[in-house]
Design a protein around this ligand. Structure first.
Ligand SMILES: [Zn+2]
Length: 238
């Protein structure tokens, strides 16, 4: 991860929704790491919009838990703890099997074509070794399923859950891998065959693999300073 601030391309007069989309995309591509500080001035300058528009985008992303306002520090990208990440994945395991059941039961028409086209883009990015794009596309796959289910509340919920999962991957996964290969295509195959139960099982197993790679059963790391203070007090263990 590059230590410098993310560089968005200069974009004139973007709308609030477009700014949000670009920030989410930067997180999905792992260009905007957890804990990164964002300022209204920086974003207003980058997107060439007023600070009012930036404030609206920050407010909405904060409501969804993606940005966090910290007193005396400002606005930062969320850095979910292991406990928060376990909670996020618990909700995903409830919601996403239900989404694929809905898609398997109802004829999704053009939706299925969009999902297949998306899978093809994932395959191309994987073959090219284009990791940034692949990580973004595998994240967006989960949002696309919610979008095709045509439920705006689900889409907003999944946007928040998927974005926070991406940030947790950067924090806790030993390798910042995308979703394991082939699992998305197995889910889509079951949806296309109208087999809701199989689609739900495949999705649940997929999310269990994502969770396993995050090693969430490990203890939260103590800060180096608190470890030092514990040592100075003679409380050091091991
Ligand atoms: Zn996935």
């Amino acid at each position: 991860m590059e230590p410098s601030l993310p560089r968005f391309q200069k974009a004139h007069g973007k709308s609030e929704a477009e700014i949000r989309r670009r920030i989410l995309q930067a997180i999905f591509e792992m260009r905007l790491p957890p804990g990164e500080r964002l300022t209204e001035e920086q974003l207003a300058e980058t997107f060439d919009v007023s600070r009012t528009v930036v404030r609206q985008a920050i407010a909405r992303l904060s409501q969804d838990g993606i940005l966090v306002k910290i007193p005396n520090i400002g606005t930062t990208v969320a850095a979910p703890t292991r406990k928060e990440t376990r909670d996020i994945l618990a909700v995903r395991k409830m919601v996403e099997p239900a989404i694929v059941r809905i898609l398997s039961a109802a004829p999704v028409g053009g939706g299925l074509e969009r999902i297949h086209a998306h899978l093809a883009r994932e395959t191309t990015a994987r073959a090219k070794g284009d990791r940034g794009t692949l990580v973004r596309l595998t994240g967006e796959f989960h949002l696309l399923l919610a979008e095709v289910a045509a439920n705006d509340v689900l889409t907003r919920l999944m946007t928040s859950l998927q974005t926070l999962t991406c940030l947790a991957i950067l924090l806790y996964a030993e390798q910042n891998e995308a979703c394991p290969p082939d699992e998305h295509s197995r889910i889509v195959e079951a949806i296309a065959g109208g087999d809701g139960e199989r689609a739900a099982t495949e999705m649940l197993q997929h999310l269990q693999h994502v969770e396993f790679d995050l090693h969430l059963d490990r203890a939260e790391p103590g800060s180096p300073l608190s470890d030092t203070i514990a040592w100075l007090r003679g409380n050091a263990v091991g």
